[in-house]
Design a binder for this molecule. Structure first.
Ligand SMILES: *Cc1c(COP(=O)(O)O)cnc(C)c1O
Length: 378
């Protein structure tokens, strides 16, 4: 044990009262509190400009999980399964189930940690395309996704690909895929709770939008299987205030990423994701070890008063809620689960803290005689 001050894995920092006040006054003035009020409409317009799409292609939601649920409801065919990675957060299979799809877990690519398109093609062949209701690709801890092969798969099969881009606000780009983003307090653009769907077309948005509001749109007729997934005006206010300071927020997180990169590039046996601290950054720093000792690493750092998180645990297929879900070979997912650990990441980390974290991690890897890993092999 140690006397050193504890270092938390995460310390979310949301906009303070002074930043929220102008937006809260707008709510007082409008007297509108939800149901696509003026602040939600303005937020959709701001997000649409960021991604270069029409305002109607952004649908704000109550959280990232409800964004996924709506996306699956609007995208699914008659087929029963949603092909998805097990290597993801539990919200991915939960949201598919809540949209009437059964999760079918498939393996990921070892370099990108993202759903293997070969595994998906094999599963479509084996199960038959009629059995598949949708496909879900997950951005691993905010890493960019390569949309092109998935767009081609959509065209070939007639199936829709939903991207769980919950943590990928920074790297997301508009595409022919349906993308869902989270604005949770722990994500890089926080609204406390919140999310949005980036729709590939106005047609898709026209189908998805009423599903956030009981299926009602300009009438009291429930036109489709739906839920209540609307973003309140209060959450839209927080999202606006977060966007107002996006430039300082992004600089702070990029700086943390760069400080980790500079130190960890000198440590054998650990690797940051490809392009991290160069092309992108996030509100989490997730590293991969060269040996399957994530649990031991967590305990080692904790003995030094450094707190970490195995964000995706041992994979969704090991969670009791999904114990009966069908699955393919998950060898790569199991290996990644054992080798992956989330290091502390927040804007109050000092240089000395990052030195301490990297020194402790380095000592662990020396103790374990970890083999070197090539930098960013992906
Ligand atoms: C955060 C996250 C979610 C859930 O988003 P909420 O806004 O918390 O509902 C889903 N999937 C992934 C990959 C996430 O990181």
């Amino acid at each position: 044990m140690t006397d050193a001050a504890p270092i938390a894995v995460m310390r979310p920092k949301l906009p303070e009262l002074s930043a929220l006040e102008p937006y809260l006054r707008q709510i007082d003035d409008s007297g509108v509190y939800s149901n696509l009020g003026p602040l939600a409409i303005k937020l959709e317009a701001r997000l649409a400009r960021r991604y270069g799409v029409a305002s109607e292609q952004i649908i704000t939601t109550s959280n990232g999980t409800s964004a996924l649920q709506i996306a699956f409801l609007a995208a699914k065919t008659q087929g029963r399964y949603c092909l998805m990675p097990s290597w993801t957060f539990v919200a991915t299979p939960h949201s598919a189930l809540s949209a009437g799809l059964e999760p079918y877990f498939l393996d990921v690519d070892p370099d990108t940690q993202q759903l293997s398109i070969d595994a998906v093609r094999d599963a479509i062949t084996t199960l038959g395309v009629d059995q598949i209701g949708a496909i879900c690709l997950v951005s691993a801890f905010g890493a960019p996704i390569d949309a092109a092969p998935w767009e081609a798969l959509q065209d070939e099969t007639g199936l829709s690909v939903v991207v769980d881009a919950a943590a990928a606000f920074v790297t997301l780009q508009a595409s022919k895929l349906i993308s869902c983003i989270s604005l949770h307090a722990t994500k890089i653009l926080p609204a406390g709770e919140g999310g949005f769907i980036l729709c590939p077309s106005l047609d898709f948005a026209g189908d998805a939008r009423p599903r956030t509001n009981f299926g009602f749109w300009n009438s009291r007729k429930a036109g489709s299987v739906s839920t209540n997934a609307k973003m309140s005006e209060y959450h839209a206010a927080i999202a606006h205030a977060s966007l107002d300071t996006w430039h300082t927020r992004r600089a702070a997180y990029m700086d943390i990423a760069k400080r980790y990169r500079a130190r960890l590039d000198l440590v054998d046996g650990v690797r940051l994701p490809s392009g991290f601290a160069e092309d992108w950054f996030n509100s989490v720093v997730v590293v991969r070890l060269s040996l399957p000792e994530g649990d031991a690493c967590k305990a080692w750092l904790e003995a030094d008063n450094i707190y970490t998180r195995r964000w995706w645990g041992a994979g969704c297929h090991t969670q009791p809620a999904f114990a009966n879900a069908p699955r393919g070979d998950l060898r790569v997912s199991e290996q990644l689960a054992a080798e992956t650990i989330g290091l502390p990441c927040h804007t109050q980390l000092e240089d000395a803290d990052i030195d301490r974290i990297c020194a402790s991690l380095g000592a662990f890897l020396v103790e374990k005689d970890a083999p070197p890993l090539k930098r960013s092999a992906a």
